[in-house]
Ligand binder design. Sequence first.
Ligand code: FAD
Ligand code: SF4
Length: 465
Amino acid sequence: MSPINLNRAHMPEQEPNIRAHNFAEVNTGLTPELAKQEAARCLFCKKPTCIEGCPVHINIPHFIQAILEDHPDEAVRRIRVDNSLPAICGRVCPQETQCEEKCVLAKKGAPIAIGALERFVGDHAIRACILPDMSNVRANGRKIAIIGSGPSGLTCAGELIKFGYAVTVFEALHELGGVLSYGIPEFRLPKEMIVKCEIDTLKNMGVQFVPNAVIGKIHTIPELQDMGYDAIYIATGAGYPTFMNIPGEDLNYVYSANEFLTRVNLMQAFKGDQSATPIYIGKRVAVIGGGNTALDSARSALRLGAEKVYIVYRRSEAEMPGRAEEIKHAKEEGIDFQLLTLPLEYLSHPNGSVRAMRCIRMELAEPDASGRRKPVPIAGSEFEFQIDSAVVAIGTQANPIIAATTPGLETNKWGYITANESGETNLKNVFAGGDIVSGSATVILAMGAGRTAAGQIHESLNSAK
Ligand code: FAD
Ligand code: SF4
């Protein structure tokens, strides 16, 4: 038996000083040799703890075995049993707190690079055009409407089409993909090569997409039911911006992260002067928040040409909810982390645009309701610094439009739709999942909810026959 190898294969990436000035993907992916080398480290445990750490319980050693045996097509087949979007999850899942944290090798050294191997398999499926096998699927004569084309809606669509339903996805925006398209930037998740390809796979399987269709405006849910849809899955996400409600937030060039990233990604402001809708950020940009959205905004601002970009976060790095890899990459690229710092107000130029930010330093006290140590202000530590623009990335909320136009649909006190573990709402044959039920969470949890709801829709419609 060969000795345990505790060192993982290194994911090739662009150099920090180069990538900080372009929107091309930071990580360039494992080569087949590196993937095989990494797969060879797996112990193929009898009780694989990595699977327990995965929210959708992907059979991780099963697909790693196929990589090791040089059968990438088989690895695709195996991973797709539990995950229909591996090229996306391999790039964006917080593996360090999920499967990789639970890998037995993590106790002594580097866990298996499960995310990198998942990405390798997902990319192989795209490159080799391996489509899911639909040869045994027979149309069952029933139709389903899905509202929202983010990861939850896409996953639900992919599952239902395999059961033989006619599936139509209604999307409010002109581009499909939800946060995968308008939120997560190109340098983390390439749109043409990955997101569009995954959506094209669904189109090839027969899923119909209707973009520019705001449900609640063009049709309501009762109208969709009248149009003959047997069941409806609501997957509208939580894209409504939140602000701190501090003085000066209404100044020019104080953006919500939602607006900023949508303009950079979807409206292609990253093309600079060649974009029809460029965005002004100036030389000094402050981004408020510590999650993936804040990190994505800060790193996008750097790539748009800002000379100095600050992350302003009221807790310490240990409490930052962003992916570990993104925090590491942001630091390497030169983002200035102003930790334990709370913005108090934005100060204005005479013309109404922002010129500075007044903040106060914080210290950590006892853990609060979220289990994280509570930040409290340090008296007398207020200070000011000059900025030309700011991006507020402190979280999002539910968009109220569906609840407001669907009589009787139950929501909780924050406006999120109430659904049980199977995705059933209080209305017959109306299901919901992803961020619109859980609040802002992760891609894999949104996908898991979509898959569970698809199973429940199938069961409910068949038991109702
Ligand atoms: P969304 O992805 O929000 O999709 C909802 C879709 O519904 C949107 O396309 C929206 O336009 C559409 N819609 C809304 N209302 C209507 C309507 N009335 N009619 C029709 N369509 C409608 N998670 C991770 O796991 N890893 C990460 O690295 C990560 N980074 C992130 C970075 C950013 C900038 C953001 C904002 C989020 C990030 N997340 C990350 C979180 C993750 O993207 C979300 O949890 C996930 O996308 C939720 O999926 P969803 O399908 O529920 O909703
Ligand atoms: Fe392989 Fe780690 Fe999973 Fe064991 S726990 S099967 S070593 S990935």
